[in-house]
Design a protein around this ligand. Structure first.
Ligand code: BGP
Length: 465
């Protein structure tokens, strides 16, 4: 007999500001780095996105009908502080105040990400995360939000997928004319993000006594390709570098010893200025948020270029790293239409590992299947593959809870269709379809997919399937 999902379990759904809002230059908003990307003409950009900025009341009404208990969204830094720092933009604050009030009115808990890939372009021009002043800017920005919404928002998230930004910067892209940073630069940026995060977590505890804050790393498990002991070492290496090296600093306030040695050996260790060690120790998360999509399978490195397997268009597949590991195929798992491994049991495994390691409650802040959903006549979207995907993952969540994991909630990606980081509007994730193409905005009408009714029933029964 499995334990039920606990009462108050946060059945939710997620989005991020730049992927859903649109209104990219309205009401005082300045451009962020993602607004300045060079977009292929055939792919939707973020200018209109799902037009949530103008339709948020209609969207929240649908979220309420869906029965959401939580809605995870991000705030666009560029709406709040168009200069990156300095004077707050009142219309920007008003938008999020209205959104939060609308959610609370419908009994939906806001889960607010401070920063989801969309650094203000003005800060990028001053060196972005390579510039230590961006740490102060982030703290200043967070302070504005804690002061404005600290009485209404209980769940805060610091930085979305810092590990994606550092390990796969190409997944987010660089503004027109820019170049991808080199590895030493990326690890220095990462250190600055970690210090900024620690300071913001400490600040949240001062400003918002009832607030809870945590990191949101893309977290997964690595399988070893064979039982060869060197494959086991390779898988362990990569899991450490990809997941624990980021989460360990967030939770324990100090670098993971193996990861630090790895960085040192390759000349990648960041400069740690006086006082940083103390700052890192100041920030303690109240929970750990994880974005989980798939697992990876790893073999021992051959130490040459054959370690790198090219799998176009898929930033989630972890490419190999010569001397560290080689990406391998897993014959036991299916893949999404975009080649992402589907591995519900891997979610249970990952939840167990994160809980065993940190003993903190866990919130799943992303999980889902991107697919080219088809709108059929009669306004029908048969996304039964999405139902199958989520059902299987929810079953494994229940097993993880039964294993002893303290799971706060499940916020799959995405509440509503939005622009994918890479594949524009062709690749959809939502429970709610948005009627638009890549360039052709049609009428942006909202249409419930089959998965909407399924998730609605699931939430109403607190996870009974
Ligand atoms: C995560 C990001 C999200 C979202 C998701 C799906 O890494 O946090 O912003 O984009 O992946 O990725 P994609 O849109 O590339 O399919």
């Amino acid at each position: 007999q499995l334990n039920d999902f606990p009462p108050g379990f946060l059945w939710g759904a997620s989005t991020s500001a730049y992927q859903v809002e649109g209104a990219w230059d309205e009401d005082g908003k300045s451009p962020s780095i993602v607004d300045m990307l060079d977009h292929p003409v055939e792919t939707a950009d973020f200018k209109v996105a799902s037009d949530h900025y103008h339709r948020f009341r209609e969207d929240v009404k649908l979220f309420a009908e869906l029965g959401l208990k939580a809605y995870r969204f991000s705030v666009a830094w560029t709406r709040i502080l168009p200069n990156g720092t300095g004077e707050a933009n009142q219309p920007g604050l008003a938008f999020y105040r209205d959104l939060i009030d609308e959610l609370l009115k419908h009994g939906i808990e806001p889960v607010v990400t401070l920063y989801h890939f969309d650094l203000p372009y003005v800060l990028e021009q001053q060196g972005g995360w390579s510039n230590r002043q961006t740490i102060d800017a982030f703290v200043e920005y967070a302070d504005v939000l804690f002061t404005a919404f600290g009485d209404k928002v209980k769940y805060w998230l610091t930085i979305n997928e810092q590990n994606t930004m550092i390990l796969h910067p190409g997944a987010i892209g660089v503004p027109k004319g820019g170049e991808l940073p080199t590895k030493p630069v990326l690890y220095q940026q990462s250190h600055h993000m970690l210090v900024a995060q620690a300071r913001v977590m400490a600040l949240c505890h001062q400003r918002c006594p009832k607030g809870k804050i945590g990191p949101a790393i893309n977290t997964t498990s690595m399988y070893q390709e064979t039982c060869h002991p060197l494959d086991a070492i390779a898988a362990h290496n990569w899991e450490t570098l990809r997941c624990w090296s980021f989460l360990d600093v967030a939770v324990h306030g100090r670098y993971n010893a193996l990861a630090w040695r790895y960085l040192q050996d390759r000349g990648l260790a960041p400069v740690i200025e006086a006082g940083d060690t103390e700052l890192l120790l100041q920030g303690r998360p109240d929970y750990v948020a994880i974005n989980y999509y798939s697992t990876a399978t790893i073999a021992a490195s051959r130490g040459d270029a054959s370690d790198i397997t090219a799998r176009a268009g898929d930033q989630q597949i972890m490419l190999g790293e010569p001397g560290v590991y080689r990406a391998a195929e897993n014959p036991y798992v299916d893949k999404t239409p975009y080649g992402w491994v589907i591995d519900p049991v891997g979610l249970r495994l990952t939840l167990r590992k994160v809980y065993e390691r940190y003993h903190l409650p866990i919130l799943i802040t992303e999980n889902g299947i991107g697919a080219p959903d088809q709108l059929l006549s009669g306004d029908i979207i048969n996304d039964d593959y999405r139902i199958d995907f989520m059902r299987a993952h929810i079953e494994q969540m229940q097993l993880a809870i039964n294993d002893g994991v303290d799971l706060l909630g499940y916020c799959p990606w995405a509440a509503i269709d939005l622009v994918s980081t890479h594949q524009g509007y062709a690749k959809r994730y939502g429970f709610i379809y948005v009627n638009r193409g890549e360039q052709d905005l049609r009428d942006l009408r909202r249409i419930k997919k089959n998965s909407f009714a399924w998730y609605q029933r699931l939430i109403a029964s607190n996870g009974q399937q």
